[in-house]
Design a protein around this ligand. Structure first.
Ligand code: UDP
Ligand code: MG
Length: 323
C-alpha cells in the first residue's frame, strides 16, 4: 500500500562538514512533518578530508542517522551505489548534502509516488550556470539521446525519489562503471520529472571541475552509446573513398601529362591528417577497452570501512560486492 512508507534518505558527502551540521537537522525536521511510517538518513562519507565524520557522529544520537564510512574517496556515483545498497525503506530519496536540492520539494515527490510513480526525478533549471556550460550540456544530451537506445532525460540529476523495486533493479546491474543517470533510465519503470530551481551551494565549492565533468560525460557516452565507434567506421570509409578518388586522379594525370614532381605538400598534409585521425580513433578504442578492463577486474564498486548508527557502532571492513 502506498500510504505511509518507510523512507530512506541517501546523502553522499565529500567534505561537507559545515553543510551537514545544518542539513541533517533541516532534513529531519522536514521529514517529521510528512506522513511516514518511519524514516532513516543514510550519509555516505566518501573519504572526506575535513571533519565531516566528527559532525556526523555528533548527530547520530539525535537523529535516525546511519553513517557509512567509505575507505577512501570513490566518487559520487560509487557513494550513491553504496547508499542504495544499504537502503531498508520502501522508498529512497537521493539528495545532495549542500542544500542545492530543495527539501521543500519532498512532499510533492512523495505525493507523486503515492499516485503510482516508481521514480520521480528532479529536473533542475540551469539559470545560475554560464551560457557556455548550458550550451555544451545541451549539445551533449542531444548527442547522447540521438545515439543511445535509452532516453536519458536532459538536466535530470541525482535528486530523486525511488521505489524499492527500482533500487533492486539498479542493484542487479553488475557493471562497475556506474553512470547513474544512465542506469536510472536503463531500468525504466513508471517515471516522471519534476522541475525545481537549484539553490546556490551553502558552504564550500563543487567537487566537479571541468575535468571531472568531462570524464563523467565521457563515461556516459561510452557506457550508453556506441556512436564514437560508429563515427570511426563512417569517417574511415569516407576518407578511404576520398583517398581512392585522389589516387585515380593522380594516375590519370601521370598517364596524360607524364611524371610530375609537384604534390608533396598535399602528401604531407594528407599524412598529418590521417595520422591525427588514426590516433584519435585509437584513443576512442582505448576508452572502450579500458571500460572492458575495469569490468573484467571485477573489483568492488566501493569499500565500507565502518558503519555507525545509534544502535550499531562499527562493523569490520565490508568488502561485499553487491550482486
Ligand atoms: N560528492 C561525493 N563524492 C565526491 C564528490 C561529491 O559524495 O567525490 C557529493 C557531495 O558531497 C555532494 C554531492 O555529491 O553532496 C554533489 O556534489 P557537488 O555539490 O560537489 O556537485 P555539483 O552540485 O556541482 O554537481
Ligand atoms: Mg552541489
Amino acid at each position: 500500500m502506498r500510504i505511509n512508507p518507510v523512507l530512506s534518505c541517501v546523502v553522499p558527502a565529500f567534505n561537507e562538514a559545515e553543510n551537514l551540521a545544518l542539513f541533517i537537522p533541516a532534513l529531519a525536521e522536514k521529514l517529521q512533518q510528512l506522513d511516514l511510517a518511519a524514516y532513516e538518513i543514510i550519509v555516505i562519507d566518501d573519504g572526506s578530508k575535513d571533519n565531516t565524520l566528527e559532525v556526523l557522529y555528533s548527530l547520530v544520537d539525535q537523529y535516525p542517522l546511519r553513517v557509512l564510512e567509505l575507505s577512501r574517496n570513490f566518487g559520487k556515483e560509487a557513494a550513491l551505489s553504496a547508499g542504495l545498497d544499504h537502503v531498508t525503506g520502501d522508498i529512497a530519496l537521493l539528495i545532495d548534502a549542500d542544500f542545492q536540492h530543495p527539501i521543500d520539494e519532498i512532499p510533492t515527490m512523495l505525493n507523486l509516488w503515492r499516485n503510482g510513480y516508481d521514480m520521480i526525478y528532479g529536473i533542475r533549471n540551469r539559470n545560475t550556470e554560464s551560457w557556455l556550460k548550458r550550451l555544451f550540456t545541451h549539445a551533449y544530451y542531444r548527442i547522447l539521446s540521438l545515439s543511445s537506445s535509452v532516453s536519458i532525460p536532459e538536466d535530470a540529476g541525482d535528486f530523486r525519489l525511488i521505489d524499492a523495486k527500482v533500487i533492486t533493479a539498479i542493484q542487479n546491474l553488475p557493471e562497475k562503471n556506474r553512470y547513474m543517470k544512465g542506469l536510472y533510465a536503463w531500468v525504466g519503470f513508471k517515471t516522471i520529472g519534476l522541475q525545481f530551481s537549484e539553490q546556490e551551494r551553502q558552504y564550500g565549492k563543487s567537487s566537479f571541475n571541468f575535468k571531472a565533468l568531462f570524464n563523467l560525460a565521457l563515461s556516459g557516452l561510452t557506457g550508453f552509446s556506441d556512436l564514437p565507434l560508429r563515427v570511426c567506421i563512417y569517417l574511415g570509409a569516407l576518407l578511404a573513398f576520398i583517398a581512392m578518388a585522389y589516387g585515380c586522379w593522380i594516375i590519370g594525370e601521370t598517364l596524360i601529362e607524364g611524371t610530375t614532381v609537384p604534390g608533396w605538400a598535399t602528401l604531407a598534409a594528407g599524412m598529418t591528417l590521417l595520422g591525427g585521425i588514426q590516433l584519435l580513433f585509437t584513443g576512442i578504442l582505448g576508452e572502450y577497452i579500458s571500460r572492458i578492463y575495469t569490468e573484467v577486474k571485477n573489483r568492488p564498486k566501493y569499500i565500507v570501512a565502518a558503519e555507525y548508527s545509534k544502535e550499531k557502532n562499527t562493523t569490520p571492513i565490508d568488502t561485499k560486492t553487491p550482486t
